[in-house]
Design a protein around this ligand. Structure first.
Ligand code: FIX
Ligand code: ZN
Length: 421
């Protein structure tokens, strides 16, 4: 216990907590960002910011443009259409539109006189390496974890070239094609020399484990991951269940790798919207409890897409120490829901959870996703520390800094600290 100097007063807390929350570097454990070694699939700049799939979905709520007209445009024309509808003809009040204005302001651009040409001129003057440094510095993000798909042809080629990856970008072995699209994926594995068949039998199980071992060696991931539908089950005899329980979880155990399950996505409810066409549904939390109970040697990172599942996720985490809830995912990543979810997590779990990830798809989104989240998390922590201060409990900057570092980095780093090469 540090020496009992003067503790913080109630009046100290708002300023001290806000400063510490802003000063504490972030480990962003789930993004779709790529280091520059991955070339063009690493997105950055104003036109990619505006073409974020969240804004594409919002465009069609205002504009009479047809899907076919929009998808036939190039990225610049698409951005023009979105900018016109969501920023010039209407106020950028939604989280995704406001975020762009926050990012432009963080870069020192004039947001009082919005001018897309001026913004484009600014970005044309940036080079990717220096700009990446600037975004990490301004957002106070220490590391980002990528989402790496060994079945994506572009990514696969980069990994096979054994690149030297920017150490700020950590890898994740993402397994949606393996676990969710076995019928399409099995022939590709066969073509790569893994003898698997349509219905994964014993031999296929061994070969899929060899595939996973090969990619763990190549990627050095910090965890493995999959997104799952609301009706996710794993105790049937489906290829997904066998591959998960007989291949993925054992290989995770052998390498000390956590397994991340992002549960509740209903893919392409509107195909015309492409990446923006996914929706959500409430999942059965008992399946999460069951998998944690049945595989106590595995460590699970879990994020739920439905608001209805957030409280149940906290209760499940109280039952299973191998379950670490994380983030306010996708449709949950709005200030009103981030506040609600962070409050119930602190009240049920103390600081034993990870409050947020950005899910950023465009580098510059770090300049708004994190400031927006930090301000909500600070607001909630001020309340919780004030509740504690009312009991006479002694609080100091050191104690608060320890807690916030645990939320923003240490919980995750400890969770991945048992990785064995
Ligand atoms: O499965 C995922 O990683 C999701 O986050 C994405 O598919 C989704 O499109 C997204 O970026 C949400 O923020
Ligand atoms: Zn994601």
């Amino acid at each position: 216990m540090e020496t009992q100097t003067k503790g913080l007063t109630l009046n100290d807390l708002p300023g001290v907590v806000t400063r510490i929350v802003n000063e504490t570097p972030i480990v962003d454990l789930h993004t779709h960002l790529y280091s520059e070694q991955f070339g063009e699939i690493g997105l950055w700049g104003i036109d990619e910011l505006i073409n974020y799939h969240y804004l594409i979905a919002e465009l069609f709520r205002y504009s009479s443009i047809t899907y076919q007209e929009f998808w036939s445009m190039d990225r610049t024309r698409q951005a023009d259409a979105i900018w016109q509808a969501l920023f010039l003809e209407n106020s950028p009040l939604s989280e995704a539109t406001r975020g762009i204005v926050t990012a432009l302001q963080a870069l020192g651009l004039d947001t009082a006189k919005p001018d897309l040409k001026t913004y484009r001129d600014f970005f044309r003057g940036q080079n990717r390496r220096d700009y990446t440094d600037k975004v990490f510095r301004l957002s106070n993000v220490k590391e980002v974890v990528m989402t790496n798909d060994p079945f994506d042809p572009v990514e696969r080629a980069v990994w096979l070239s054994k690149p030297s990856i920017d150490p700020r970008f950590k890898a994740v072995l993402r397994l949606d094609p393996l676990l969710l699209k076995w019928t399409e994926t099995a022939p590709r594995l066969s073509a790569w020399g893994y003898s698997v068949d349509a219905q994964p039998g014993i031999k296929a199980v061994g070969e899929v484990r060899r595939f996973l071992e090969d990619w763990v060696r190549l990627m050095r991931p910090v965890y493995m991951a999959v997104s799952l539908p609301p009706d996710f089950r794993y105790s049937d005899q489906s290829p997904r269940s066998r591959l998960l329980t007989e291949c993925v979880l054992p290989v995770c155990r052998e390498h000390g790798l956590p397994f991340s399950m992002m549960i509740g996505v209903r893919k392409l409810v509107n195909r015309e919207l492409r990446l923006a066409g996914d929706s959500l549904g409430p999942a059965d939390m008992s399946v999460v409890e069951q998998i944690c109970a049945e595989f106590p040697e595995n460590r699970f990172l879990v994020s739920m897409l439905s608001r209805e599942n957030q409280h149940g996720l906290c209760v499940a985490a109280r039952k299973f120490r191998n379950l670490l809830p994380f983030g306010c995912w996708w449709f949950m990543n709005n200030p009103s829901l981030v506040e609600e979810i962070t409050r119930e997590r602190l009240e049920l779990l103390g600081t034993s959870f990870i409050p947020q990830h950005s899910d950023a798809r465009v580098l510059d989104q770090l300049l708004y996703k994190w400031p927006h989240s930090r301000s909500v998390i600070a607001r909630v922590l001020i309340d919780k520390y004030s509740d504690l201060a009312h009991t006479g409990w002694w609080l100091s900057e050191t104690i608060i800094r320890r807690d916030v570092r645990r939320l923003f980095a240490d919980n995750f780093n400890e969770w991945i600290s048992q990785i064995t090469p």
